[in-house]
Write a protein that binds this ligand. Structure first.
Ligand code: ADP
Ligand code: MG
Length: 663
């Protein structure tokens, strides 16, 4: 029996409506907070309505007519008339809102030929009753609630009744409440929110609710941070090994790389387990930096694991890193799902006895039989591709390991701090020298033939092209195949049709890669592309993460409107690594795209600054679009918004640390 039935007026029907809206306990109920409030202290005459205002009115009902799927209710006062429009609950509303009745209504005013309010809050007024009252809370309403006649008034009454009748133990101690700035008790703050006397009061109370939501999370982070102190092995610089590898590198490190390497080095020298996030725009040269940092660990006889999200990337890293390490006398190994059993078992042996110093691997590294002699350093590339548990599983294989996350999706510093508050932030801003800006162009459907001619000429003079087709989600295409296979098969089909089209279009060798290929075939295609034998590579976004072929200086993105900007930035970052002018062509669909999307793509085309693009992306999609948000360890926040409440989150992070010190 649900505890909610202990409240007056909650029968089976309402109970069901509440439960289906996520309210299962009394606690859920009191935390089901109003979405907004209507100030009923002043009545607005219809004649002074303005579009966009949140109005409160007292009116007479003149007519109520169902037109198609809408119910249109004509109302008036002494000064004019107004339309109310409803899309849900028509049946009930048609009866309840019968002509001749007097009602009070509230809601945002829109103008569509005439003034309208869509789904206003309303209440019937008795003969001669003054409509005015206090502040009315407006709760999020679901269709189930409307059907069960659970309205704002009822939700308010139930919440207040609960807060009167039952006791809740406040998760915050009185000391914590004082420390956090003299917060109300939990019950008082909830009472304010369900029944405020002024709107100012609401703002303050809401701030307290956010604090209450964030505090335990910030404490958890602060504890994790504190727990790392005094742990982890100290790794001093290893100048000799470093010199060997630096000499073997085909370039000198940039100032930026040197600085970042210095920061990581310092962190490895501290008597504390290091947990850091290296943010560096795509192509900024993070690999060389982490390799040099790892040398400290290897030369001291301990091991390093480099975890990457795709096989392609693993292989590429392995190919870069292994020969360099060999020169310095260390053995690297590569473990992926396609590693043969034989190789795998000898590799596992090598990891256990310590003869393998560094392992590059994909998810294959999580397997329980992958065990290390002394794993002390874990580098997680493209960190957002891994879940919290996966990262934890990896860490569990080490001995108080230092962990460095790599991210190529830069985000503004304050935001990074709020999302990754427990990590030390290291930023690689500069890019290797001598790179020309990438020219980005939007290509409407009728200009694609021209582009193709241009591409052919470019290929003749030695250029190479990535041609990306979007991942098609099952919902965006008519389902012709069983849904569980849908997206994948559609994607393969898209790759194949583009592949055929391009092969027919010119005298060039075209290869294709997609997620459904065997790794042998994929590697064949990629190595033909890498060597330049093949000039055009058709691919899904499998190439998005980290593929590095400097001679490929052109990227074409089909259905560019379907990608997020951060992802486009990653894709574009595949080019611009060689000496030649790089191009990025964003193909637009035939049937036109919303102006807003077009504007977004134009802005993208005008900048290569990863931080700026991240901000654009955030603005258009909200913080929820950030892969990192879910991975912040904060989970889904109900009352707090990562973007709007940045200052609050960051401030509280600091306070949590100080609080622990005081205990
Ligand atoms: P990311 O930061 O995206 O992982 P990579 O480490 O893959 O970047 O490096 C991108 C490219 O830049 C590689 O081809 C790499 O060899 C090259 N590179 C890295 N550092 C330098 C440098 N200091 N000078 C010139 N080229 C560099
Ligand atoms: Mg990389």
């Amino acid at each position: 029996m649900s505890e909610l039935t202990r409240l007056t007026g909650v029968g089976p029907k309402r109970l069901k409506a509440l439960e289906s809206s996520g309210i299962r306990t009394l606690r859920d109920l009191v935390y089901y907070l109003p979405r907004r409030y209507v100030d009923r202290t002043r009545i607005t005459p219809i004649s002074s309505l303005q579009e966009g205002m949140d109005a409160f009115l007292a009116v007479d009902i003149d007519s109520a007519t169902v037109i198609g799927t809408r119910l249109v209710v004509q109302v008036s006062d002494d000064t004019g008339s107004l339309e109310l429009v409803f899309f849900r609950g028509l049946h009930y509303l048609k009866q309840a809102l019968s002509p001749g009745k007097r009602i009070s209504i509230a809601g945002p005013v829109t103008h569509f030929r005439v003034f309208q309010i869509v789904h206003p809050e309303w209440e019937e007024l008795a003969e001669g009753q003054d409509a005015r009252g206090g502040i009315l809370p407006v709760y999020p309403m679901t269709e189930d609630m409307e059907e069960a006649r659970v309205d704002h008034k009822l939700l308010q009454r139930l919440a207040l009744e609960t807060l009167e009748k039952f006791t809740f133990s406040d998760p915050l101690t009185p000391e914590e409440r004082t420390y956090l700035g003299g917060l109300h008790s939990e019950i008082s703050v909830l009472k304010i929110l369900h029944n405020p006397s002024t709107l100012t009061e609401v703002g303050e109370a809401m701030q307290e609710i956010k604090l209450r939501e964030l505090w335990p999370l910030c404490l958890k982070r602060a504890i994790a941070k504190r727990d790392r102190i005094g742990k982890g092995r100290v790794f001093p610089a290893q100048p000799e090994a470093e010199k060997v590898v630096r000499t073997a590198l085909p370039f000198n490190l940039t100032q930026g790389q040197e600085q970042v390497l210095g920061q990581i080095g310092e962190a490895l020298e501290r008597k504390a387990q290091f947990a850091g996030l290296l943010q560096g725009d795509v192509g900024s040269g993070k690999t060389a930096v982490v390799l040099l940092a790892a040398l400290r660990v290897l030369a001291a006889g301990a091991q390093t694991a480099l975890l990457v999200p795709t096989e392609i990337l693993a292989l590429q890293h392995f190919r870069t890193v292994a020969p360099l390490l060999e020169k310095a006398g260390f053995t690297a190994a590569l473990l992926t799902a396609s590693t043969s059993n034989e190789e795998r078992s000898s590799m596992l042996e090598g990891l256990k006895n310590g003869s393998v110093s560094l392992i590059v691997g994909t998810h294959a590294l999580f397997s329980p039989d992958v065990l290390f002699k002394e794993l002390r350093f874990i580098i997680i590339d493209e960190q957002h591709r891994f879940g919290v548990e996966q990262r934890a599983a990896m860490t569990a294989k080490g001995i108080e390991p230092h962990v460095l996350f790599l991210s190529a999706t830069p985000i503004p510093r304050t935001l990074a701090q709020s999302i990754y508050g427990d990590l030390e932030m290291i930023t690689l801003a500069e890019k290797p020298p001598g790179r020309l800006p990438i020219k980005t162009r939007l290509v409407p459907a009728d200009k694609q033939a021209d582009m193709l001619e241009f591409l052919k000429k470019e290929v003749e003079v030695g250029n190479q092209i990535y041609w990306v087709v979007p991942r098609i989600t099952a919902s965006s295409v008519p389902v012709k195949v069983p849904p569980e296979k849908g997206s994948d098969q559609e994607e393969v089909a898209a790759v194949e049709s583009t592949f055929k089209r391009l092969r027919a279009a010119g005298k060039w060798r075209v290869e294709a890669v997609h997620g459904r290929m065997s790794s042998v075939d994929r590697e064949k295609a990629l190595s033909a592309f890498r060597s330049g034998e093949c000039r055009v590579l058709v691919a899904t976004t499998v190439i998005e993460v980290g593929v590095d072929v400097p001679a490929a200086n052109i990227i074409v993105v089909e259905g560019a409107d379907r990608f997020g900007l951060a992802q486009l930035h990653q894709l574009r970052g595949r080019t611009g690594r060689g000496q030649a002018q790089a191009w990025c062509f964003l193909l637009l669909p035939k049937d036109g795209i919303p102006e807003e999307t077009l504007e977004r793509l134009r802005e993208f085309a005008s900048t290569e600054d990863g931080f700026k693009i991240a901000e654009l992306d955030l603005r258009s999609r909200g913080a929820g679009s950030l892969d990192g948000t879910q991975q912040s360890g904060f989970g889904v926040l109900r009352y707090t918004d990562f973007l709007e409440d940045l200052e609050l989150i960051n401030g509280l992070g600091g306070k949590a640390g100080e609080w622990l010190d005081k205990l």
